[in-house]
Each structure stands twice: as C-alpha cells, then as structure tokens.
Design a protein around this ligand. Structure first.
Ligand SMILES: CC(C)(COP(=O)([O-])OP(=O)([O-])OC[C@H]1O[C@@H](n2cnc3c(N)ncnc32)[C@H](O)[C@@H]1OP(=O)([O-])[O-])[C@@H](O)C(=O)NCCC(=O)NCCSC(=O)C[C@@](C)(O)CC(=O)[O-]
Ligand SMILES: NC(=O)C1=CN([C@@H]2O[C@H](COP(=O)(O)OP(=O)(O)OC[C@H]3O[C@@H](n4cnc5c(N)ncnc54)[C@H](O)[C@@H]3O)[C@@H](O)[C@H]2O)C=CC1
Length: 438
C-alpha cells in the first residue's frame, strides 16, 4: 500500500510522477514512459493542458470525431463529437443522413433562464422575514451592480430574487431563489459570485436593521450556489415525415416500422428501467458534443436526468407520435451551455469544434446539442426495433476487440471481410484469429 503524503500538490510535475511510480508501480520505468508518451511535444501547449486542472501528470486522449450531414433549421452542420464508445458517431451520422433528405431537424430554444439559490436558516417569524425581504430586495439587487454591469450590456443579468419559505420541509429553512440570464456563458461562476454577494448583503442588512425586529443572530447562511436543475433553460428539436417515407422491408412495412418505433418510445415513457437506457442513448449524442465543445457534461447530465424525472417518475426525454400518417419524433431537454467562458476559449480543439460549427452562440449550440441527442436516439431505436443493437454496435466495436488480441493489419483486414457476413462477438473474433494464426 502506498504511504500517505503531505504536500503532494506542492511537488513539481516530475516529482509527482516519480512518487507515483515509486509507490504504485512495480515497473517504474514503464509507468513513467506511459505517462510521458502522452505529453505534447509543444511545451507551451502541454503547459496549457497541465494548468486546466490540478496535479496533472499527463493527457488523457479521447477520440475527436465528426458526424456530417446534419441539416438543422435549413443549415448544414458537421458536428464534432468526443466519445470513447464505438458506434455512437456512426449512429449519429446515419441518422443525420437519413433525415437530410426528409426535411432535416427543426430546433427551437424555448427558454434560457438559469437558477441559483442562497440557502439559509432563520429562527424568527416568517412574516417578519417576508417584510424584511421586500424592504431589502432593492439593496440586494443594487449590491451586485458591479458584477452584473457587463452582463446587462449583453442583455443578461439578474431576472428576479424571491424569498422561498421551505420551513415546512426543514425547520427554519429559507431560500433566496434567484433567476439569471447569462447570454452565451454557462454562467456558473457569474451566478455563484452574485449569490455570494446576495448572502453577504442579506447579513449586512440584518445587522443594520432595528434590533427589535430583525436580529443578525437569527440568520445562518448555509450555502450559496447555482442549481444545475434548469427546467427553464430548455430546447426542443424534432424530425417529421410521412410514414410512407420509411422503407418497406420484408420484415416490416413502412407503417409497421413507424408504429413499432412509436411503441418503443412509449415504453420508455412509462417504464423507468427502459427510460434510463433510452435516455443514456440520448446522452451518448448530447455528451459527445458537450465534451467536444468544452462544456460541463456533469452539469448537463445532472440537469437532464432531473428533468426526465420532473413528473415524479423517470421518463423518456423524447416523444414519438403518428398523426394523420405523419410521423414526428421530438426531444425537449434542459441545456445550460456556454460558447464563452470555461475552456471554450482555451482548449485548441474546443476552439476548432466551435469554428467547425460556425462559432455558434449559446442558443445555437443548445439546438445543435439537442439535435445530436435526438439523432442518437433515432439511430438506437431504429436498430433496436429492426436488427437489434448488437449487429451495428459490434460491427463498430470490431476494431477494439481485434486490438485487444493484438491483431496485425493483415488479420484486421481478414476479420473485416469475414464479419461483413457474420455476426461479431468476442468469441467469434477469438475463433477467427485462432484459425488465422494456426
Ligand atoms: C452502427 C450503424 C450506424 C451501422 O449501420 P449500417 O446501416 O450498417 O451502416 P452503413 O455501413 O450502411 O452506413 C450507413 C451510414 O451510417 C454511418 N456509418 C456507418 N458506419 C460508419 C463508420 N464506420 N464510421 C462513420 N459513419 C458510419 C454513415 O453515415 C453511413 O453513411 P456513409 O458515410 O457511408 O454515407 C447502425 O447499426 C446504428 O446506428 N446502430 C446504433 C448504434 C448505437 O446506437 N450505438 C450507441 C451505443 S449502444 C448504447 O449505448 C445505447 C443504447 C442502444 O442502449 C440506447 C438505447 O437502448 O436506446
Ligand atoms: N455546479 C456547477 O455546474 C459549477 C460549474 N462550474 C464551472 O464554471 C464554468 C462555467 O462558468 P461561467 O461563469 O460560464 O464561465 P466563466 O467563469 O469563464 O465566465 C464567463 C464570463 O465570460 C464573460 N462573457 C464574455 N462574453 C460573454 C457573452 N456573450 N455572454 C455571456 N458572458 C460573456 C462574462 O463575464 C462571463 O461571466 C465551467 O467550467 C463549469 O464547469 C463552477 C462551479 C459550479
């Protein structure tokens, strides 16, 4: 077991690596070589990456891929995707190609309000607090003027502050529930700075209030933090076509296909076990674009799943209907995204991704990300209700399996041609390689 260490953060990068290699690896030379293999030869670029987080010792590659042929509101896009899972990019590309000739995707931002809360305890009378809050609300708003001046020039800023009495749920618990417009920034740091100022101002106002009405010692600020639940920062996207636009196959007529598709989505509406996997498929597309564009995928994930459960049970984020022989498939998803701030202006590949998308603003990026989620879900359901997921997924996963067996180029070529007409599985690949190697 490695010894504990104090002051690790203060060591140089080289010393951190030496300590790790010495205490966690039998082959120290190999461990260090593995880390160094992923360093960038451009020292300045490497330093930039080192400084993104703390205790950085190397870079962790993920594929940077693209899915072409997306038609969104009449504009064509090639979408950047960063994801480790095989078949996701192929699936998105396939869905994009399918809808390209059927009117493409329509997307619309429905709202962009973000939320932050000052959580505090108050031991006095609720009515007294309510009156106090009404009195100090202009002071609270004025206290953040310096912080919000530039954001207001961009059309953003604080939308409202409300006092919320939560003391029925937790004794003495209240909130300043604040709403924000952060324009092209995700806004976490902006919101948190404003909230901390509100908390400070709340206490300052309590301190200077007449002592017989409001007492400072009745207040305890517990925390001030934005919420990643953003049900009012929502985008919708959809595709639609006459059901006769679907191919007729020996297994399913176009009508049967459309009806089976709708049933598959209905199942995800009413069955949480299915809904979670269904939404995981959506997030395959969403997260990949969120990561490629340098956004906070944990925030997006947390917000999306909370939204999926907003009616009390966990449901699909997509819907499918057939009305008058017209098939429509749509998604509604909360997405607090930024095209400025965070890593967006720092990471060269993120800058590249945003350029590839035509330097979208946050609203445009919301539409693109929602479309990627919808496309992914379309492709997955298409596979699930026809061939099954394994056929396409394993076809794309073939290279990973071959690499696990250290297959040579020649063996890979043989395998690709063999599996054109055979189902890929781990054991089928193993058997083929055994045969080729004997
Ligand atoms: C995998 C495919 C696309 C194959 O589909 P296919 O019909 O065999 O592909 P194809 O070879 O006929 O090519 C058609 C198009 O697909 C794309 N495509 C095809 N191959 C590639 C490739 N190598 N690289 C890039 N793009 C590719 C590409 O757009 C291509 O057009 P083209 O470029 O030739 O003009 C299909 O089977 C599919 O969409 N499967 C679904 C895969 C999927 O959803 N994967 C996600 C991982 S599984 C999971 O995590 C989620 C899940 C499934 O559980 C969610 C849920 O349950 O809802
Ligand atoms: N719970 C959470 O989700 C938390 C997330 N974070 C992190 O915070 C970061 C995002 O915070 P941000 O405040 O967005 O980034 P940021 O701190 O980099 O600030 C972005 C700034 O860009 C400026 N700006 C320039 N042009 C703008 C425009 N057109 N629209 C809006 N602002 C413009 C504004 O001053 C804005 O405050 C992410 O890295 C995220 O991971 C931090 C704390 C908590």
């Amino acid at each position: 077991m490695a010894p504990t260490i104090s002051g690790f953060s203060k060591l140089s990068k080289d010393d951190k690596i030496k300590w790790l290699a010495a205490h966690h690896f039998n082959d120290e030379v190999q461990a260090i070589a593995t880390l160094k293999k992923y360093w960038n030869s451009d020292e300045q670029l490497q330093q930039l990456h080192d400084e993104f987080t703390e205790n950085t010792i190397s870079n962790y590659y993920l594929p940077f891929s693209v899915a072409p042929n997306f038609l969104i509101n009449g504009e064509r896009y090639t979408i950047p995707m960063t994801i480790e899972e095989s078949s996701v990019v192929a699936a998105a590309s396939k869905a994009a190609k399918f809808w390209l000739t059927r009117g493409g995707f329509k997307a619309e931002v429905l709202a962009t309000t973000k939320v932050g809360q000052v959580h505090f305890m108050y031991q006095g009378e609720a009515t007294v607090l309510s009156e106090f809050f009404q009195d100090i609300k202009p002071t609270l708003l004025a206290s953040v003027k310096e912080l919000t001046a530039k954001m207001e020039k961009r059309g953003g800023g604080i939308r409202d502050i409300q006092l919320v009495n939560k003391s029925n749920d937790l004794a003495h618990y209240y909130q300043l529930h604040c709403t924000f417009e952060t324009v092209d920034a995700m806004g976490a740091n902006f919101i948190n700075s404003c909230l901390e100022k509100f908390a400070e101002t709340l206490l300052a106002c309590a301190e200077t209030s007449p002592k017989d009405i409001i007492k400072l010692q009745d207040f305890e600020i517990v925390m001030s933090i934005l919420s990643n639940y953003v049900p009012d920062c929502v985008v919708s996207a959809s595709v639609s076509c006459p059901i006769s636009d679907f191919p007729n196959t020996p297994q399913l007529s176009a009508k049967q296909y459309a009806e089976k598709f709708v049933r598959a989505v209905h199942i995800a509406q009413i069955e949480p076990y299915r809904a979670v996997t269904h939404n995981k498929g959506i997030m395959n597309g969403v997260d990949a674009v969120v990561l490629a564009t340098g956004n906070d995928f944990r925030a997006i994930e947390a917000g999306a799943h909370a939204y999926a459960a907003k009616e009390g049970s966990y449901k699909s984020l997509t819907k499918a209907t057939i009305e008058n022989d017209q098939f429509t498939f749509s998604i509604k998803i909360p997405l607090a995204l930024g095209t400025v701030g965070g890593l967006t202006n720092l990471h060269p590949l993120v800058k590249f991704a945003l350029q590839l998308l035509g330097n979208p603003n946050a609203k445009q990026l919301m539409k693109i990300v929602a479309v990627a989620g919808l496309a992914q879900n379309f492709a997955a359901i298409n596979s699930l209700i026809t061939t099954g997921i394994q056929q396409g997924h394993m076809k794309m996963h073939l290279m990973n399996i071959l690499n696990q067996f250290n297959a040579s180029e020649n063996e890979k070529n043989e395998a690709v041609s063999f599996f054109k007409n055979n189902t890929v599985s781990y054991s089928a690949v193993e058997q083929l390689l055994e045969k080729l190697r004997s």
